[in-house]
Write a protein that binds this ligand. Structure first.
Ligand SMILES: Nc1nc2c(ncn2[C@@H]2O[C@H](COP(=O)(O)OP(=O)(O)OP(=O)(O)O)[C@@H](O)[C@H]2O)c(=O)[nH]1
Ligand SMILES: [Mg+2]
Length: 383
């Protein structure tokens, strides 16, 4: 291969020149600097000599892939893989371009009126009221239809209940499963892990439940924290555990979890607090899964979601976590921070995942409710 030599005062310009002449793919062999001669006491300007070889089309170019690019590519592949195995509710949610029409801006009202075209009278009013609370039109229709009969005059569906609340409770009962409080267990110890995005209230609410189990139900409870990542996290949890006077462990490895669980055979409940992770952070979600697996006993994973999440974000959280963990139930938090708690219906109706608790504020242990059709209906109707 012919080697070409370029000379000049600016190295970058020489490279550009070489690329213009030989094409974008060039191999820079080396460059030299030469001091130009002037007078015997004056230094000359610095000159460069660049030695370049053109790269033939069929000559293999060594791939230079940055680590971050490689991670992006792998995440892309995982995303595509997940997309093909998603439950039906999530298939349209994975990418913003694919957002279903009821989420796309400007089409919300059109879509809603189309979806609700078979409803009339009170049924239509209730459905619209639900939509105002950020309930998705399809979900609103499903829930309302459960309390409807066919109106012969209009050939449309209308409520057959006296009040909206009654209708809503009926619709919720038909469309959502409830686990009830976790205080009933078949085999002890009942092991529950609190998983979910950062800052949604996992630690706080784990201790609300621990308090209720210890104080109201007289159960033996231990807490294990796998959150060795966040500064002060273990300390926060240890303080709560000390107040309740229950055993507390902080661990970072699966092997240790196994041994500790063996030691805690006599407990009624073991509650595991995990470190909050973004649902986009596959590697870190994998780490949590790694710690939680390898244990003989079943761990029931409670996915904690804040009611002030946007619909599409909450759906993404659920299906991404679902690809890593079987989910026992959804635990909703921060209902006090939103006036539009549509998620309480949207997520469980569309995903069919049972619901367990609702956190109504920051106070430990008071601000906690076991979810029931009546509780959801009250919050949705803003009572
Ligand atoms: N307003 C309101 N705040 C809440 C509720 N539940 C928890 N919080 C607050 O949310 C903040 C975060 O709570 P944590 O329990 O630390 O959240 P976490 O999910 O454990 O956070 P990470 O471990 O960092 O992922 C705290 O200030 C809690 O007091 C709730 O229902 N309502
Ligand atoms: Mg925490």
């Amino acid at each position: 291969m012919e080697v070409k030599v370029y000379e000049g005062y600016n190295l970058e310009e020489l490279i550009e020149k070489a690329k213009k002449e030989l094409g974008e793919d060039i191999k820079i062999l080396h460059y030299e600097t030469i001091e130009e001669k002037r007078f015997f006491f004056l230094k000359g300007r610095k000159k460069y000599k660049l030695f370049v070889e053109p790269v033939e089309d069929d000559e293999p170019i060594e791939p230079v892939i940055k680590f971050e690019e490689l991670l992006d590519k792998i995440e892309d592949i995982i995303d595509k893989k997940i997309q093909t195995t998603l439950p039906k509710y999530a298939q349209n949610m994975a990418t913003p371009e694919n957002l279903p029409p009821h989420i796309a801006p400007n089409t919300v009202e059109d879509k809603a009126s189309k979806v609700l075209s078979e409803l009339t009278g009170d049924a239509l009013e209730l459905a619209n009221l639900l939509i105002e609370k950020d309930v998705q039109p399809e979900v609103a229709k499903k829930v309302v239809m459960a309390a409807c009969g066919l109106d012969i005059d209009t050939n449309k569906w209308d409520l057959n209940t006296v009040t909206y609340k009654e209708a809503l409770i009926k619709g919720i009962k038909e469309n959502i499963k409830f686990t009830g409080a976790i205080d009933k267990i078949i085999e002890k110890p009942g092991i529950f892990a609190f998983i979910g995005p950062t800052g949604v209230g996992k630690t706080t609410n784990l201790f609300k439940i621990a308090s209720q189990l210890v104080i109201n139900k007289n159960k033996k409870v231990a807490v294990i924290s796998t959150d060795t990542f966040k500064v002060g996290a273990a300390q926060q949890a240890r303080t709560y555990a000390n107040i309740l006077n229950i055993p507390f462990y902080s661990i970072s490895e699966s092997k240790k979890l196994k041994n500790i669980i063996e030691d805690l055979k006599e407990m009624d409940f073991i509650l595991i607090d995990t470190v909050g992770r973004s649902h986009y952070d596959y590697w870190r979600l994998g780490e949590i899964k790694e710690i939680l697996t390898g244990i003989q006993q079943e761990i029931k994973n409670i996915l904690t979601i804040s009611c002030n999440f946007k619909n599409e974000d909450a759906f993404e959280v659920v299906y991404k976590y679902q690809t890593f963990f079987p989910i026992h139930s959804l635990f909703f938090t921060k209902i006090d921070e939103t006036k539009k708690p549509g998620l309480l219906l949207n997520l469980p109706v569309e995903t069919r995942i049972p619901v367990s608790y609702l956190s109504t504020g920051q106070r430990v242990p008071e601000d906690l409710k076991v979810l029931s059709p009546e509780v959801i209906a009250s919050y949705i109707l803003g009572e």
